[in-house]
Design a binder for this molecule. Structure first.
Ligand SMILES: C[S@@+](CC[C@H](N)C(=O)[O-])C[C@H]1O[C@@H](n2cnc3c(N)ncnc32)[C@H](O)[C@@H]1O
Length: 194
């Protein structure tokens, strides 16, 4: 089996070029994007949430997995980065939200989601309960960067381990840890107890 990525979204390269010009170093990789597309495609008519749009690299993969009735809400607090995503990903199924993720997570009272890609502090290491409560039963909660990364600040490794322990000890969460890409966890909100 060859571990190479195909069917890269058409907008990806333009976004990646601008991302490099902006010197944005926290971009999601191709593996994460490719996996997200498949998981999004498993939820026809579904509602997807991305926390931390960045410049839209993962967003481009996610939108390429949406069917015609599915939607994606993506939240980012950096106007410049979000504008790169918006400019390159013109699609009526995407709701780009320029807002602080902490504020958005505490105030959102709309419909729940079928998949959450939590790629910012809020919704992952902070306000996890608020984010997870927005996930439907059977929904996917996805996180990357769970293997040691060169840009981790001091003390982050301990925080990562504590978060993984927390996820593993939750009764209603079933998860798989992928030692692949930057380290991905696929967690499902299960209706049955482990
Ligand atoms: C790991 S990067 C996201 C990468 C992106 N998903 C991609 O595909 O390249 C994290 C993003 O979260 C954003 N962010 C950080 N703090 C935030 C906050 N409080 N609210 C919303 N977004 C935040 C950062 O500006 C950054 O773009």
């Amino acid at each position: 089996m060859q571990d190479h990525i195909t069917n890269i979204p058409s907008q990806y390269e333009a976004i990646a070029t601008t991302t490099r010009q902006l010197d944005f170093s926290m971009a999601s990789d191709l593996y994460t994007g490719s996996l997200l597309k498949r998981l999004v495609a498993s939820k026809p008519g579904g509602r997807m949430l991305e926390l931390g749009t960045g410049s839209g690299l993962a967003t481009s993969w996610m939108v390429s997995g949406l069917d015609k009735d599915a939607v994606l809400v993506t939240v980012e607090n950096n106007a410049l980065l979000l504008s790169v995503a918006q400019k390159n990903l013109r699609d009526s199924r995407i709701n780009f939200v320029l807002e602080d993720g902490y504020k958005w997570l505490t105030e959102y009272d709309g419909e729940k989601f079928d998949l959450i890609f939590a790629d910012a502090m809020p919704g992952k290491y902070d306000l996890f309960e608020e984010a997870f409560s927005l996930l439907k039963t059977g929904g996917f909660y996805i996180i990357d960067d769970m293997l040691p990364q060169s840009n981790w600040p001091e003390g982050h490794a301990e925080r990562v381990n504590a978060f993984i322990n927390h996820l593993e000890n939750r009764n209603e969460i079933v998860l798989t840890k992928l030692n692949w890409s930057t380290g991905i966890i696929i967690a499902v909100k299960a209706s049955v107890k482990k």
